[in-house]
Design a protein around this ligand. Structure first.
Ligand SMILES: [Zn+2]
Length: 275
């Protein structure tokens, strides 16, 4: 049975903006809004959490764990894999895991590379993840992409080492451009009928639909500043602010229509059915 895999990429967007901490704090309030909705809906999600954020907000991480959600790694300071050597990646990940454990996280099984930066060139990361005891990664964007991407990876979840699964982010082919349709800005900006149809089609074919939402995706009070990875383009930055108020209502419609679960829950079923 396939499902909508709920994921919050728990990071603080102010960390990559010049003088960012001068802006209003958005992570605690908006993460708690997600928690509040998930509790009322009776769904569990994966929180791919940056180490630095766990150190800054240990109480918040404690609340995520106490609510029964899955805690997973998203890099210690959100450095893309091509900026790290294998040894630096291992150290970064160990710091990330330590921060989550100190904030109360138990077993950590999952990893998501910052900006889906795991590509053919950085595939060495899989051996390190397996060695550190991870059982899955959701780090690949399986198409050409201006930032990162691994077109030949394929769209199916598959084992990349003896013990480690990769669940590439689910793409939907818009004319000329495959996009992660249930992720962040795409989820807010594209017409909802299209998103809902694409999710239904994917799940109907037995392929789970991966997601990623950030605290800022629902932050309607955030000040205007230039977001990272947009090359300073103002029209793209404008999109970063569109549709933030409709994200949770849209998710509410979806969770009524589809089975929702965390990545960890889905991977446990994968492991059982493949062993
Ligand atoms: Zn991220």
């Amino acid at each position: 049975m396939s499902s909508l895999l709920l994921a919050i990429d728990l990071e603080d967007v102010r960390d990559w903006v010049e003088n960012g901490t001068g802006y209003r704090e958005g992570v605690p309030k908006n993460t708690r809004r997600y928690l509040d909705h998930f509790r009322r809906w009776g769904v569990k999600a994966t929180f791919f959490t940056v180490g630095r954020v766990a150190r800054r907000y240990p109480d918040l991480i404690g609340e995520v764990v106490a609510a029964g959600h899955e805690l997973a790694c998203h890099g210690n300071v959100h450095l893309q894999l091509d900026k790290l050597s294998p040894q630096q990646f291992r150290e970064d990940l160990e710091e990330n895991m330590l921060a989550l454990r100190q904030a109360g996280g138990g077993e950590i099984k999952g990893f998501r590379a910052p900006t889906f930066s795991l590509t053919e060139r950085t595939a060495w990361a899989y051996e390190i993840l397996a060695d550190l005891g991870f059982s899955y990664s959701s780090s690949v964007l399986p198409a050409q992409n201006p930032l990162y991407g691994w077109p030949s990876f394929g769209h199916e979840a598959r084992k990349v080492t003896k013990t480690l699964w990769e669940l590439p982010i689910t793409l939907h082919r818009l004319p000329g451009l495959p996009v992660p349709i249930a992720g962040g800005v795409y989820f807010r900006v594209l017409p909802f009928f299209l998103t809902r149809w694409a999710i239904g089609r994917s799940i109907g074919r037995g392929r789970p639909m991966g997601t990623y939402f950030h605290p800022y995706d629902i932050d309607t009070e955030q000040e205007r500043f230039m977001h990272p990875d947009l090359g300073g383009k103002h029209h793209l930055n404008m999109l970063m602010y569109i549709g933030r108020a409709r994200l949770l209502p849209r998710l509410d419609v979806l969770r009524r229509a589809f089975l929702c679960e965390s990545y960890g829950e889905y991977v446990s079923r994968l492991q059982t059915s493949s062993s």
